[in-house]
Design a protein around this ligand. Structure first.
Ligand SMILES: [Zn+2]
Length: 426
């Protein structure tokens, strides 16, 4: 059996406890031993990685992944990509995520029905590098909702699938289940970045949401939703949606409702795209003034209010900020960790827990993924530096000395990091 011995690590175990020195033994795809008595554990027959005090932490979980999104300025851009190129783009994105320390990705939505599914299957078969993936459906939306880019006189593809009325919703959800998705995405509210329904509108009827959830349950699938307006959050909770994204306009009643189901649901602000539109959008046609006029600063301010409350009330929050647009490129996903601290008021440890422990739970692997504990799945990173002191380092691929997924060493640059240190010390 494959054994890897991490000697002399500084372990941040993901529980929220302070880091501690330890030796960690991985056997097969699980963490076998976490030994706080450094130097006592036998490394017999194991590949030894000398951590020299570097941080050993759980692999990151992207909680709002769009693995098939890349470089889009407008939502319609994703519809323009032919299926062949789109598959290759998705394949590259999956590798990019793993290269940046994301050993798991919970997909919020795919841009074409089978993209997440086939990439997940190829990764699981060991034929492509990439994270563990929970594959999503496209964004199921109503006519004139987010993801409907058509004109009356002209058809346009987008990332959406249109469903109007409960019967049509049942058909579309069943189609997605037939094609192998793990979770269904529905757009209950509009969005200020879309051309039609703005973010304050709740445009998917309660009967449509209820049908989507009911049919998804029949097939044993989860449901994610896009909900900005307060009413759209309440509708999601009433109908039993599992993962409720955005929520920044939640009022007191919506917050109480979210809290009442906190052991069942997950929420995620998806703040990266909002920040990117204000501060990194100039090259793509979003000046700072235009982004603020579009309401982007308001979304950040409202998110800070809402997520401060949700944090206090113990609602489970995931990182993941709609990475895959021009102003939020794939590979920069870990920027969300620092955004949680700078924009939403989290401590670095709390932000990292959202990106690891809570991530393990949204992957459906709570109690066995997202922490460094004996018996847990061995998805691990060695980070050159202390993320608790500087979360920005988590975005830098070069600071990830080791990436292990499912007990397999995907990347091991620990020796060259050691050489670099020795050279710097001379
Ligand atoms: Zn999204």
């Amino acid at each position: 059996m494959n054994r890897v011995f991490f000697r002399n690590a500084t372990v941040w175990d993901g529980s929220g406890a302070n880091s501690f020195p330890a030796d960690v033994l991985v056997e097969g795809n699980r963490i076998k031993t976490v030994a706080r008595n450094v130097g006592q554990l036998s490394a017999d027959g194991a590949t030894v990685i000398d951590c020299r005090g570097l941080t050993l932490m759980p692999g990151l979980v992207e909680g709002h992944a769009h693995i098939s999104f890349g470089g889009a300025v407008n939502d319609k851009d994703l519809g323009d990509i032919p299926p062949e190129e789109h598959l290759l783009l998705t394949m590259r994105n999956a590798k990019t995520l793993l290269d940046h320390g994301f050993t798991s990705a919970y997909s919020a939505a795919t841009a074409k029905l089978r993209l997440d599914v086939v990439i997940r299957n190829e990764i699981n078969a060991g034929r492509l590098p990439g994270p563990r993936i929970r594959a999503a459906s496209p964004e199921i939306t109503v006519t004139a909702g987010l993801g409907d880019e058509r004109k009356n006189h002209m058809y346009y593809e987008s990332f959406g699938m249109i469903a109007d009325g409960p019967d049509d919703m049942a058909r579309v959800v069943r189609l997605c289940c037939r094609e192998g998705v793990d979770n269904i995405k529905i757009n209950i509210s509009g969005d200020d970045l879309g051309p039609m329904a703005h973010g304050g509108l709740t445009v998917m009827r309660e009967s449509e949401v209820a049908t989507a959830v009911e049919v998804a349950r029949d097939f044993g699938k989860r449901v994610n939703c896009h909900s900005r307006a307060a009413e759209s959050v309440k509708r999601a909770v009433r109908c039993g949606v599992d993962v409720i994204y955005h929520c920044e306009s939640a009022d007191e009643e919506a917050l109480d409702m979210l809290e009442s189901v906190k052991d069942r649901i997950f929420v995620g602000p998806a703040i990266g795209i909002i920040y990117g539109t204000i501060y990194d959008g100039a090259a793509f046609g979003f000046t700072k003034e235009a982004a603020i006029a579009m309401g982007m600063q308001r979304v950040i301010d409202d998110s800070r209010r809402v997520y401060t409350e949700l944090r206090k009330r113990g609602v489970r929050v995931v990182i993941g900020g709609d990475y895959g647009f021009a102003q939020s490129p794939q590979g920069t996903n870990a920027r969300d960790l620092k955004h949680f601290v700078d924009l939403l008021g989290y401590s670095p440890s709390e932000a990292l827990q959202c990106g690891a422990k809570v991530g393990g739970e949204i992957m459906g692997l709570g109690g066995e993924l997202g922490q460094i504990k004996e018996g847990y799945l061995a998805d691990l990173l060695i980070v050159d530096g202390d993320p608790l002191k500087d979360l920005a380092i988590m975005v830098d691929e070069d600071r990830l000395a080791v990436i292990m997924k499912d007990g397999a060493l995907y990347k091991d640059k620990s020796a060259s990091v050691a050489r670099g240190r020795a050279t710097a010390a001379q």
